[in-house]
Design a protein around this ligand. Sequence first.
Ligand code: ADP
Ligand code: MG
Ligand code: MG
Length: 892
Amino acid sequence: MTKPTKYVYGFAEGGRDMAALLGGKGAGLAEMTRIGLPVPPGFTVTTDACKVYLATGEEPPELGVEAAQALAGLERAMGRTLGAPDDPLLVSVRSGARFSMPGMMDTILDIGLNDRSVNGLAKASGQERFAWDSYRRLIQMFGHTVMGVDGDLFEQAIAALPQSRLRSTGGAPMADDHDLDVGELMALTEEFKAVIRKETGEDFPQDPADQLARAVRAVFDSWNTERAHVYRHREHIPEDLGTAVNVQAMVFGNLGADSGTGVAFTRDPATGERGMYGDYLPDAQGEDVVAGVRDALPLRELRSLDPRAYVELGDHLRTLERHYRDLCDVEFTVERGKLWILQTRVGKRTAEAAFRIAHDLREEGTISADEALARVNGAELSRLMFPRFDVKTTDVPLAHGVPASPGAAVGAVVFDSTEAVRRAAAGEPVVLVRRETTPDDLPGMIAAQAVLTSRGGKTSHAAVVARGMGKVCVCGAEELAVDPLARQFTAASGAVVREGDVVSVDGTAGTVHLGALPLTASHVGRALETGTATDALTEAVLGALARADSGRRLQVRANADTPEDAVRARALGAQGIGLCRTEHMFLGERRELVEAMILARDDLARERALDALLPLQRADFTAILEAMDGLPVTIRLIDPPLHEFLPDRTELAVRLARTEHPDPHERELLAAVERMHEQNPMLGLRGVRLGLAVPGLMAMQVQAIAEAVVERLRVGGTPRAEIMIPLVGTVEELRLARSEAELVLGEVETETGLRLDCPIGTMIELPRAALTAGRIAEAADFFSFGTNDLTQTTWGLSRDDAEASFFPLYIDKGVFSVSPFETIDQEGVGRLVELGVEAGRAVNPRLETGVCGEHGGDPDSIHFFHRVGLDYVSCSPFRIPAARLEAGRASL
Ligand code: ADP
Ligand code: MG
Ligand code: MG
């Protein structure tokens, strides 16, 4: 790292494009300062300083002087001195990394209070109780975050106060300046100081400068807490970014009825509905809203409480939205009627809100159609296609809460993070139920299908984090009495739900139901199939897809083996079938015919079996070609090892051993199974090897295809069958297969006098095929990259085994950040794809290229395939809309 010129920036010096250096919060504060919004002044210590600290354990030597200068400037601007005995300046010390990590790191408020300045604050504000409550909060926060004292010890000290003095908050009893008088707050302060002394052998520091320096360091340290690691891991945020620290003059929302604090969004982050949205808590400090200490009011109530502040807030929100050209959220505080904005950022939102907001901003002329497309993504679209609960009017919910993050989830109730993780690891879907969540609940939230809380609104920790993860969440279900110790909750009806009982959580409606409710298709999925919008959301979705379709270069085909899938895929926008597997057509009742073919003792018997299969295959192909009339259908000849069509070896052997008079047919079967047994079937007699080894099999399949094409031609259709040879490693294999196929095609052409026009190509799914793609292209009309097998063979691992055994470990250790079967490994497998495309095209410029592995439907992989210049991706029908959207975004 080259040495930075400085480590401290005043809010007036920074701007929105400096988030890497100043953190998201710092950049936002600077930007708002720059455009004239009312931001309490302050300065930001850069992420560079944090990186030095994290690397060396020491702040950079220049930081002390720079910070002192910045503080002196702040003191001049405020006309007050940090922690001065009379009318002290107080500051907050706020973490803020490049990417928002809500609640993951530390912030300390009211720095500058000590035994003397607390009296100064009391005098200056005219509110003694406020001053002592602030001091009490500082010692508690500082003791816990900076000095490492167990937070419960402070809570216990509070709990030891006479119960009449405390309001139950549903969790541990919590003091509130409304309930404790000055004397009690003073006593509590002494109590807290004693706790710190006892636990650390050290006194709570009285020197304001010392408080500040230690708080800054504590924020640096909070980058490395366990929960911050967990969060970054989950969100794929790099570990080495570090956090910035913002030092900001305090403003007070807890000075009486004309003060308060809140959170506001420029639009509803759950639905995308236009109009400002949020929560307001009168007479409170910032943290109280998120912690759900008291229940916040809907923002609109501020209009009657303080019309001027309300109107001003609305103006600022509009300014911010216009400025950032996107949904913004803010933290704000009203201090005796004066509005201050304390934070802004482009707000997190649900999938539904993402589509609606992008659509509306485009309609309002704020952003272009391309920008609107960039604002949504395939993962969000897939989420909207998830099924929803089929709720009947007779289904009475256990409780109603706030619909904080939409979707439908069913799971067993658990009451703590550990249990959630334990059961989820054992494969049981769970619903995490808490009164309210804290960052410590994060592992459990990740493990759970849904989060349910009895307290807090749409801006509570549970709501914010769940939305960010796309996890179902209902919060503030106040009718529920949650008892984590007894591991049960009680509904208003009196119904008791115990740990392990199954509930259904409807994050769209905000309800909780006992038992597992039936699911129904989402209306977005239906709208995609019919192409008709039925509401604002589906209009937004179809609009985004239309834009994607008009700009994308990659085509999107479907992996479909049945006429039903083909019809569905086509309705969802498939431009053909990229992979039609034929082995599925050999299952069910047809298995016997396959058995007969395998067991055939001579050519005649085999031919007879093949002859019986032929019309069945032909009928399948005809129906699929009809469903995809006019569009290409790539049919892969049989791929898996033949023994997959025979009974299980052990089962058969056991069955035979148990009967006195074994069925001769079964004995024959067992012999065949044993003959065909392979140690490594994945690397065995399959794909083209099988086609070349079993006389007549490939010819039968090609004949079925050819005859299906003929049938379609005769009824005036436009069949576009493509024949695909799997698992080719060398051009010789392809030449042999090709000439056999061409022979059959030629015969059918001669017989019928029709031209069939069936391109013949191959899958590239072995490293050798990719490396010799130039040779293989001599005999291929198209390449289809089979990235599932290519990933297995390139890495030398078996997907079915590895995903269950060591992948979790590898992901945990950071060897993979995501399974290479989910998102293509660009450096390795992707490199082979790139080589294959280049070499193939060099030999055959008209070579068509596509991909048909799971990766064809994965957003990140789609962007890669676009870059390497493939012609199409092919994926399962359900993923087609998302693939279209991502292909469009890749072209932006
Ligand atoms: P987080 O990143 O967890 O939201 P913040 O740094 O935003 O942490 O601070 C936590 C709470 O304290 C917020 O509600 C914020 O508005 C409030 N807060 C921070 N700084 C100040 C300040 N200078 N004056 C008043 N309230 C503040
Ligand atoms: Mg904040
Ligand atoms: Mg394969």
